[in-house]
Ligand binder design. Sequence first.
Ligand code: TMP
Length: 206
Amino acid sequence: MKERGKFITLEGIDGAGKSSHLDFLCEQVRTRGHEAVLTREPGGTPAGEKVRELVLQVAMNAKAEALLMFAARAEHVANVIEPALAAGRWVVCDRFSDATYAYQCGGRGLPRDFVVGLERLVHPGLQPDATFLFDVDPAVAFERQRAQSRSPDRFESEKAGFFVRVRESYLERAREHSRRFHVVDASGGLQQVRDRIEVAFAQAFP
Ligand code: TMP
């Protein structure tokens, strides 16, 4: 039987630049001789991608947002994440449940217990082996986003205060789960951040 793969997640506020580093992280996995599966949340399955469209475009309250994130997650865990890990592949996932704590609890004020309950229902026993948190000042993230030409979604359109709370919430989770979290300073140029990722990856998987 093949050894179970590792589950890696990437987190950070919108504009932290994590998308620019997804391929680089997969490269790190492959360099170590493992197969990498790149996926994202919300999304990663046909049903999940439909949920993504809905939740990024249509106004709704925080409970509904969290429930939809976890509906997509249930499908994603069952059909993509668990089968890949069981087959020995390493999964690199752009956001997971930490994002619900940061955005719906931190950003929108949803009680954490609500998400704790959903986690127990949807992925009992599954937590990332390593989470790379791309940390950057919301003002820097905002400027990065403004430089992109596409129109912002519901989350990206939030005010600065929202991202300050989301960032704080991520950093709080990083402190609470300090063995799993690796905080990467995402300020500066692409190569600078890459160098930091390489160091963090080597720490996570020595
Ligand atoms: P992305 O732009 O990084 O692909 O993420 C889409 C948006 O969805 C992003 O603004 C964060 C938000 N989100 C939540 O609010 N809660 C969640 O649980 C997840 C996975 C994403």
